[in-house]
Write a protein that binds this ligand. Structure first.
Ligand SMILES: NC(=O)c1ccc[n+]([C@@H]2O[C@H](COP(=O)([O-])OP(=O)(O)OC[C@H]3O[C@@H](n4cnc5c(N)ncnc54)[C@H](OP(=O)(O)O)[C@@H]3O)[C@@H](O)[C@H]2O)c1
Length: 441
């Protein structure tokens, strides 16, 4: 990904220049400050968390200790979600003779739970726009006095919505689906991006390859939807030797989530959604015989177990995130309804010729269109109403009780431990950061 990234190759020096950067105790703001400092500028780090900002300052100084042309770093308190704090900051700056040559409006919040700034504005608009607007207006007279000067506002492609990565095994089908979506949405003003990446969930190697690529190329993952699924297929094993439905519907999603979790944590607030099914109510979890070697194969039992695993996994993940004091990563599992899709593609083979059609006719009155079927997933992924809920199970866009089997903590723990063992997870995704994840293919 680094190869395709644009770079600034200028060796311009900034000696004698004063630069204000907002929200720069971490992320790109911090790296920006480091660059200006190395070019000789006096940089005022305008941050809301002074302790973190002081730590960032020490860090930058240490990194740059051998640079020949260092400038100066000053930390000042400025909370962009409080007009009072912005006014206080500006008053302090304007009461001295400090010049301002560059103002970088960098601070920002993304996908924060529903909330308001101190002044009663929606958090994102209040902080990312109104806060910077007021700051710029108050500092403008001083900036004008020091022309030539620059005001840089860090925006995001998110002003045109999200980037969606379609993780699919069949690239041709995915391309057709993408084309379809692009065509349907062609007149919408705030479209995002769609990217297709190969991911075959019946192969843990493919899941690892996909995850490695995503961890290397994507700066953030805000929503993970574990949607793919197979239902009632003839007895078959995945590439790694697991019963196809348990292997695809649960184990592959378990591994995918664990591999991506370090980046998801770093992208909080974030959500992980497991698309389960009401079929989870029908059978107990049999962890001693996931491959049906000790009992006759039942395609429906195998499907039901994999869907029970989806609910247990979401709940246990929520508990473990809480135990590790990881805030802002919420998990959801759901029943989407009975929907007219390709899911019943194996029914004719498993039951009898014409079974798919017959079941289709019998269930027709209760069937949802794919559009309606997607609503609960979309609700769990974006709705503010469930932004502070985690580990719950949903149906028709409301949290409901799953089957008691799905509330059994002991089974959830056993499933977790078995899953770790079966997918060969060799690091703790709750404690490592993205940079230290090594995925061996
Ligand atoms: N439809 C319903 O009534 C219903 C009810 C309850 C729950 N659900 C759940 O809803 C989810 C979506 O199902 P759907 O109804 O939309 O069925 P669908 O039309 O058959 O879609 C399933 C998707 O999963 C993908 N998939 C299957 N195996 C895969 C693999 N090994 N690697 C990567 N992708 C794979 C399929 O890709 P390919 O086209 O490449 O196979 C397809 O895109 C499933 O988890 C299902 O259990 C559906």
């Amino acid at each position: 990904m680094g190869w395709f990234s644009g770079r600034c190759y200028s060796d311009a020096k900034l000696n004698g220049k004063t630069i204000i950067v907002t929200g720069c105790n971490t992320g790109i703001g911090k790296v920006t400050v480091e660059d200006f400092y190395k070019r000789g500028a006096k940089v005022i780090m305008a941050c809301r968390d002074i302790k973190k900002a002081e730590e960032a300052k020490i860090d930058i100084k240490e990194t740059c200790k051998n640079s020949p042309n260092k400038g100066k770093l000053i930390v000042e308190e400025c909370n962009l979600s409080s007009f009072k704090s912005i006014r206080k900051f500006c008053q302090k700056i304007l009461s001295t003779k400090t010049k301002i040559n560059v103002l970088v409006n960098n601070a920002g919040v993304m996908m924060a739970p529903r909330g308001e700034t101190e002044d009663g504005f929606e958090t994102h608009f209040g902080t990312n726009h109104l806060g910077h607007f007021l700051l710029t207006m108050l500092l403008l007279p001083r900036i004008i006095d020091n022309t030539p000067a620059r005001i840089v506002t860090v925006s995001s492609k998110a002003h045109s919505c999200a980037k969606v990565i379609m993780a699919c095994r069949n690239i041709n089908k995915a391309e057709e689906a993408k084309e379809d979506i692009v065509k349907t949405c062609k007149d919408l003003p705030d479209k995002g991006d769609i990217v297709i990446e190969k991911c075959d969930l019946s192969s843990l190697k493919s899941v690892r390859e996909f995850s490695k690529k995503i961890l290397e190329s994507e700066p953030q993952i805000n929503i993970l939807v574990n949607n793919a699924g197979v239902m009632m297929c003839p007895k078959e094993l995945t590439e790694d030797g697991f019963e196809l439905q348990f292997g695809t519907n649960h184990l592959a999603h378990f591994l995918l989530t664990m591999l991506l979790l370090p980046k998801i944590k770093e992208s909080a607030p974030a959500r992980i959604i497991n698309v389960s099914s009401r079929a989870h109510t029908r059978f107990n979890m049999n962890l001693d015989d996931i491959n049906f070697e000790k009992r006759p194969y039942s395609s429906f039992e195998a499907y039901a177990q994999s869907k029970l695993a989806n609910v247990l996994f979401a709940r246990e993940l929520a508990n473990r995130l809480k135990d590790h004091n990881i805030q802002g990563v919420n998990t959801y599992s759901l029943h989407p309804g009975v929907i007219k899709t390709e899911l019943g593609r194996h029914l004719d083979k498993i039951l009898f010729r014409g079974a798919r059609r017959l079941i289709g006719i019998l269930t027709y009155p209760f069937m949802k269109s794919p559009e309606l079927g997607a609503q609960t997933t979309i609700y769990c992924a974006v709705d503010e109403k469930c932004a502070n809920e985690t580990g719950l199970y949903y149906s028709d866009c409301v949290a409901v009780n799953p089957d008691p089997k799905a509330l059994n903590d002991e089974t959830a723990k056993k499933l977790w431990e078995k899953s770790v063992e079966l997918v060969g997870l060799d690091f703790d995704p709750f404690t490592v950061n993205t940079d230290s994840v090594k995925i061996n293919i």
